[in-house]
Ligand binder design. Structure first.
Ligand code: SF4
Ligand code: SF4
Length: 306
């Protein structure tokens, strides 16, 4: 995969998944209608199909059928939902965080704007791995950033309230200018949450707070074969020590370090950065499923980047 393609593909998967999350209620893909107490799944109302007549039936066969229906339509789907992030972590490490998570994408976008305005990713201080950028258009990025964070959080809040209030009801409230308390509360809550996390917390949230991220981290760590970005230690002599791989890493990981860092989200930006330095196909990183940490020759002390 070319450098540009990997980067663009990651942005496309982040945008596509974000749109999916925002639009799922509008298309009845998944939502719970708190007014009618109905759960919608892929365009249909989700029911167990257990009627009063069936429950009143005394036969053992009916009891077994009811138990089977309950297991298949109630317990199994929830087990599948609960198993999603552990399974993702076991197979792909924190791939979901790097390629799909809407919050991760938002934090990266906040990093980008802060970099353009202040010349560093963080609001607080310059980090050792902050890339150098041209700040000549800082005012344009500042105004764009302020507009973005004034408009997008309320829009996201309205879209997310569709998970609990029928989208047609919300649309009616918007067009008549008569927002319900639930929608107003969602707008205020989501706006405060998005501003706080994306302006002041960002990837610290991914590292220490997000339950989905922590589950992927844990199961990726214990998995013998989860996806990881591997530094080709055996070829370290080709490294020019340009540090482009480190500057590309918004998670603050040192990609060349001997020890695997559990905060790596498998975004592949360090792979692309190294290929920009050494040429396509000549980079010193690769995606890898193999468990071969101990098989590699340890780096010489002067070649460790920890
Ligand atoms: S080490 Fe590389 S793949 Fe991992 S988060 Fe950093 S840039 Fe992404
Ligand atoms: S980008 Fe490649 S060549 Fe540059 S420091 Fe990182 S590993 Fe070395």
């Amino acid at each position: 995969m070319s450098i540009i393609n990997r980067h663009i593909l990651r942005r496309l998967t982040q945008i596509a998944f974000t749109l999916f999350i925002l639009l799922a209620p509008a298309f009845d893909i998944f939502r719970y209608d708190s007014a009618t107490k109905e759960l919608f799944l892929f365009g249909k109302v989700w029911t167990l199909g257990i009627t009063r007549e069936i429950v009143m039936e005394q036969s053992l066969k009916t009891a077994t059928d009811v138990a089977a229906i309950f297991f298949l339509k109630a317990i199994l789907p929830w087990l599948a939902v609960l198993a999603f992030f552990p399974l993702m972590g076991f197979l792909f490490g924190r791939f979901f965080c790097g390629w799909l998570c809407p919050e991760g994408a938002l934090f990266e976008f906040a990093d980008f704007l802060t970099l353009k305005v202040l010349g560093r990713r963080s609001l607080y201080a310059k980090a050792d791995n902050d890339p150098s950028v041209d700040k000549s258009r800082r005012w344009i990025y500042l105004i764009f950033g302020m507009l973005f964070f004034a408009v997008i959080p309320p829009v996201v809040a309205i879209a997310l309230s569709g998970y609990f209030i029928a989208p047609s009801t919300i649309w009616h409230q918007i067009t008549t200018g008569n927002l319900s308390t639930g929608v107003k509360a969602a707008i205020i809550g989501v706006t405060i949450y998005m501003l706080t996390t994306s302006l002041f917390v960002r990837h610290v949230f991914c590292k220490y707070v997000c339950a989905a991220g922590l589950m992927q981290m844990l199961f990726g760590w214990i998995s013998p074969f989860s996806l990881k970005v591997r530094f080709k230690k055996e070829e370290f002599s080709r490294c020019t020590d340009c540090r482009k791989c480190e500057r590309a890493c918004f998670m603050g990981v040192k990609p060349r370090a001997v020890k695997r860092d559990i905060n790596c989200v498998n975004c592949g930006e360090c792979i692309s950065a190294c290929e920009r330095e050494l040429g396509k196909g000549r980079g010193l990183f690769r995606f890898d499923f193999a468990r071969d940490q101990k098989k590699h020759t340890a780096l010489q002390p002067e070649k460790r980047w920890e």
